[in-house]
Design a binder for this molecule. Structure first.
Ligand code: NI
Length: 180
């Protein structure tokens, strides 16, 4: 199991444009496996490589939703390499989002409801699919990361500044505190 440190705001790495993945090889496989370990441990439902300081166009998602209402969460790991949004619906939907790089802050973000994506999977095959619901939200949030965009960029300036201030304040308190 390989846990990688998760980069948090205001680290400028989060603002970089990630580079395409050139080769799906064993080295990439190891990174993918470490990213899943890191995401499950956090815990989160999506993680972009840039969040572990690797600015490559790669993301992992597992919504960990139960099969039926009230049931146990089921692991369904998804890997998206070089994902591209081919089409986004005019219809929009609002979802309460958070981000492992912006700890413990949540806000309502409006995005297209349905997206059509093309990506390369972990076996190197090019695939296409249409996604709605939480998967659509998660894909759009993670693809934003690959372009240096954070969910707070979709908020008003006032709300964004408030979230950033809260994260900084919490971090200062954490650093000052004697955790016994
Ligand atoms: Ni995020």
């Amino acid at each position: 199991m390989g846990l990688l440190p998760i980069i948090e705001i205001p680290d400028p790495i989060l603002r970089t444009q990630s580079e395409p993945v050139e080769r799906v090889d064993r080295e990439l496989g190891r990174l993918i496996s470490d990213m899943f370990d890191t995401m499950y441990a956090a815990p989160g439902i999506g993680l972009a490589a840039v969040q572990v300081a690797v600015p490559r166009r790669l993301l992992v998602i597992d919504l960990q939703e139960p099969e039926e209402e009230g049931g146990e969460a089921v692991k369904r790991p998804h890997v998206f390499i070089n994902p591209e949004i081919l089409h986004a619906s005019d219809a929009r939907k609002t979802y309460n989002e958070g981000c492992l790089s912006i700890p413990e802050q949540y806000a309502e973000v409006e995005r297209p409801d349905v997206v059509r994506i093309r990506w390369t999977d972990a076996d190197g095959a090019v695939r296409e699919g249409e996604f709605d619901g939480l998967m659509s939200v998660c894909l759009q949030h993670e693809i934003d990361h690959l372009n240096g965009v954070l969910f707070i960029d979709h908020l008003s300036r006032l709300k964004r500044d408030m979230v950033v201030r809260k994260v900084m304040k919490a971090r200062r308190e954490r650093e000052k505190a004697a955790i016994l």
